[in-house]
Ligand binder design. Structure first.
Ligand SMILES: Cc1cc2nc3c(=O)[nH]c(=O)nc-3n(C[C@H](O)[C@H](O)[C@H](O)COP(=O)(O)OP(=O)(O)OC[C@H]3O[C@@H](n4cnc5c(N)ncnc54)[C@H](O)[C@@H]3O)c2cc1C
Length: 425
């Protein structure tokens, strides 16, 4: 892998997401060698993936080169590779570009889409976890609008114009709102050969309310915002089957649709090689102690979405969102230095900064510890927080410009089919 031998301890970080990047940054110019490995050469700002899917943002404004993040770290290396296996007994890993030994290994590999064992849904639905997947959704959506525009059959047109989103968490709600805005603002102008009323957006949620992780107040407000935008919300509804054309559910609801977007859940992305009992059964997360040390392994740590730390306040682990990942990455950087120096480690305590979701222009909900609010001010807060959280000044400027332009012109400028989506059979 062309990593020089080091006299200082080598810390290998697998995954350049929120957790891995924060950890790498917190180890800047410390007396250690850092090797950051990711199967992509960029960091993805997943909270804005839905804007790429719905043609609101270009993909490069939510991605950032990992090499650039560590360019000023004298002690750090990046390798573009997939880590395939861990050998704890020899303290080494196998990757797609070779093997590497480590003194400390940090697993920050995040999650992948969970289809809950439904192979048909996995085969025909669209996932939204990565930039290529978001671009596939964008292409498919635009391709289906084009097909609808030339379709002579009412049934086919209906199917091309029916957009079904499964999962009423923040991702599904945000995507449904963004597609509804496309229907309300773009269709009447650019697709004059289509009747906007024929385009339907269905949001399916298995729970009794949308945004189940947020407060009842936020759920009610979000649902009202969605209804105002014309989204049809179906709670207590889950998909049982999909063959690429017909969506079957647990109720009488059957939908003809060429586009099913699956935002219903995630499962961990562990790496082979550790004892099976360190992984939780259902969600595939590594069980860690309050220092993020994987149970039973002194030199192996797990962070962020892939880690499950049970505490009194969070008996089922922390929520799989950016803040726990960032805060754990920050603390582990300090703790690894303490560990090397033989000093006592500090336990992780999660500081919940609240949660939020946006449903569209001037429409968002925010839950803070002390108060909850929705509407224009919440939308403004949502925009500010997301803008400031983006990695890189250039990305912030581009996103700010795009949002300003879209706000003034009611436009979504990235409506491009660059690489047509083809379903693999
Ligand atoms: C669509 C969507 C919207 C979201 N919206 C929000 C939001 O609004 N607010 C919020 O707080 N959170 C949101 N989240 C959740 C948030 O993005 C995650 O909690 C966060 O990314 C977790 O960070 P992480 O570092 O643990 O993992 P990730 O950010 O997922 O990073 C994992 C990294 O590991 C790499 N990797 C995986 N396996 C390997 C391997 N074997 N070898 C090498 N590299 C590997 C991946 O390429 C990736 O770069 C959203 C997630 C999604 C998918």
């Amino acid at each position: 892998m062309n990593i020089p031998e080091s006299k200082t301890p080598r810390i290998v970080i697998v995954g350049g997401g929120f957790a891995g990047v924060k950890l790498a940054k917190s180890l800047k110019n410390q007396n250690v060698q850092v090797v950051l490995i990711d199967k992509r050469n960029y960091h993805t700002f997943q909270p804005l993936l839905y804007q790429v899917s719905s043609a609101g943002l270009e993909p490069d404004s939510i991605a950032y080169p990992l090499r650039k993040i560590i360019k000023k770290h004298e002690n750090a290396f990046f390798r573009y590779a997939e880590v395939e296996q861990i050998f704890p007994e020899t303290k080494s890993i196998q990757t797609s570009i070779g093997d590497l030994s480590y003194d400390y290994l940090v697993i920050a590999t995040g999650t992948k889409t969970n289809y809950f064992g439904n192979a048909a849904v996995e085969k025909y639905s669209m996932a939204m976890k990565t930039i290529p997947q978001a671009l596939d959704i964008r292409s498919l959506m635009l391709q289906n609008l084009e097909k609808a525009a030339i379709s002579s059959s009412d049934n086919d047109r209906k199917s091309f114009l029916n957009f079904v989103i499964v999962g009423g968490g923040p991702t599904g709600v945000e995507l449904a709102g963004a597609i509804a805005e496309l229907k309300n603002n773009i269709l009447p102008r650019d697709y004059r050969d289509l009747n906007p009323r024929d385009m339907r957006i269905h949001l399916l949620e298995g729970n009794s309310r949308v945004l189940p992780p947020m407060s009842e107040h936020a759920s009610k407000k979000a649902e009202q915002f969605l209804l105002d935008l014309g989204v049809q919300v179906h709670c207590n509804t889950f998909v049982t089957d999909y063959d690429g054309k017909t969506v079957k559910t647990n109720s009488d609801l059957i939908l003809e649709s060429e586009t099913l977007i699956w935002a219903a859940g995630v499962t961990g992305r562990p790496i082979k090689g550790l004892n099976a009992d360190v992984l939780t059964e259902r969600v595939n997360r590594y069980l860690v102690n309050t220092y993020n040390q994987v149970n039973g392994y002194k030199s192996i740590f797990a962070l962020g979405d892939i880690a499950l730390m049970k505490t009194e306040d969070y008996p089922n682990g922390h929520p799989q969102v950016a803040q726990p990942a960032i805060q754990q990455g920050q603390l582990l950087g300090k703790n690894l230095i303490k560990l090397i120096e033989g000093k006592p480690l500090k336990e992780f305590v999660y500081k919940d900064k609240g949660s939020m979701a946006t449903i569209g222009r001037n429409k968002a909900v925010v839950d803070l510890k002390r108060f909850k609010f929705g509407g224009f001010f919440a939308w403004f807060v949502w925009m500010f927080v997301h803008l400031m959280s983006l990695v890189g000044f250039r990305n912030r400027v581009i996103v700010f410009f795009n949002w300003g332009y879209n706000y003034i012109n009611f436009d979504k400028a990235a409506r491009l089919i660059i690489r047509p989506f083809k379903r693999l059979d």
